[in-house]
Design a protein around this ligand. Sequence first.
Ligand SMILES: Cc1cc2nc3c(=O)[nH]c(=O)nc-3n(C[C@H](O)[C@H](O)[C@H](O)COP(=O)(O)OP(=O)(O)OC[C@H]3O[C@@H](n4cnc5c(N)ncnc54)[C@H](O)[C@@H]3O)c2cc1C
Length: 380
Amino acid sequence: MTNKELGGEMNQDPRPRPTVVVIGGGYGGVNVAKALDADVDVVLVEPKDAFVHNIGALRALVDPTFLPKIFLPYDRLLSHGRVARDRAVDVTAHRVVLASGEAITADYIVLATGSTYPFPAKSNAHDAEDAIDNYRAAHDELIRADRVLLIGAGPVGIELAGEITARWPDKHVTLLDFSDDVLGDRFRADLRAELRQQLVDRGVELVLGDGLRGLPPTVASELGTFTVTTSSGREITADIWFQCFGVSPVSDYLSDDLATARRSDGYVTVGPALQVAGHENVFAIGDVSTADAKMAGMAGMQAQLVAENIIKMVNGNNTLNPYEPFGPAIVVPIGPDGGSGQLPGQEELASRDMVATIKGRDLMVDRYEEILGLTTPVSN
Ligand SMILES: Cc1cc2nc3c(=O)[nH]c(=O)nc-3n(C[C@H](O)[C@H](O)[C@H](O)COP(=O)(O)OP(=O)(O)OC[C@H]3O[C@@H](n4cnc5c(N)ncnc54)[C@H](O)[C@@H]3O)c2cc1C
């Protein structure tokens, strides 16, 4: 019996499926693409050959056996849509031009191009194989360094100090920042005090409230002894250094009517439902957007909301749900078993055990393997 005889054609929705182009396959992009895959034609544009689970990047630096867990292939993410391995170079409200020259006409566009951050916290190599080589090379250099200087005592600097001292307790790690305290003032004072104490207990030397007169003369992540001087005249000698500051949003591909939503600092201004200012069909989520704090968890929540709102619009309902910012929250591991955090609605700081369970022990690998379709559901 044919599909026609079964009435298949009569039951089919006569409307063509709208095309949604998701630009960027990071934490926000994979979530929104997956959530929309059954209902619309999704094209996920991403120049890398694998999703980079950069939450695990610092563990992978000290323990290269972790590397395969942070590069997750895209080929099982979508059942209907496609992943275009390419880079968006010119994007206007209904048209996405790729570096290869392909132009895609889009009914909806989701900007999810995130941010860059210096290696090793993020990797900008497009091939997972090259990225893995870079991490292995930095690991080999780090093994041979007795004294390590980490410049920037935000979450990345703190986490890297924890990873290095957990793996090599004898290395001397100096964590330096021109701010008076670790972590930054968005977070609670008792959390900063707890993290400081745990770092000191591990032998990390904290140099706070004292910037450098200039960056070290050697290349970051490469072995080479140097001495730097702080503003107060203190000299620090180390064998390797890592840059633990410098988030930069990626939005240089916006043009014409969309370019006006790009702020001078590169972030894209969005309204309550995460629509790009002045454009109902274009959304921005994650690190590139002005919606909330720059965190993978927030990017994931924004992705779910935007997917729901696009499905509403496709069905003719333009009453969109607004995004509720999550509020200050952070979990900072110090090695696999230490760290602390602050969570919304909780007076107590997150205990070491809680931090290890939420993040420190396995760095949330399972969750992202599942999103990328790499785990088989367990059948009873
Ligand atoms: C070491 C470290 C640990 C972290 N730990 C946590 C944590 O525990 N919890 C948490 O919530 N957050 C954490 N974060 C923050 C988190 O990684 C970011 O908030 C997150 O990466 C933002 O996701 P995103 O999807 O917006 O962007 P990204 O993850 O930056 O992804 C953007 C993607 O867009 C692609 N892209 C860029 N330009 C183009 C273009 N022109 N065309 C097509 N594609 C493009 C990029 O290749 C990239 O794959 C951590 C960050 C670091 C550095």
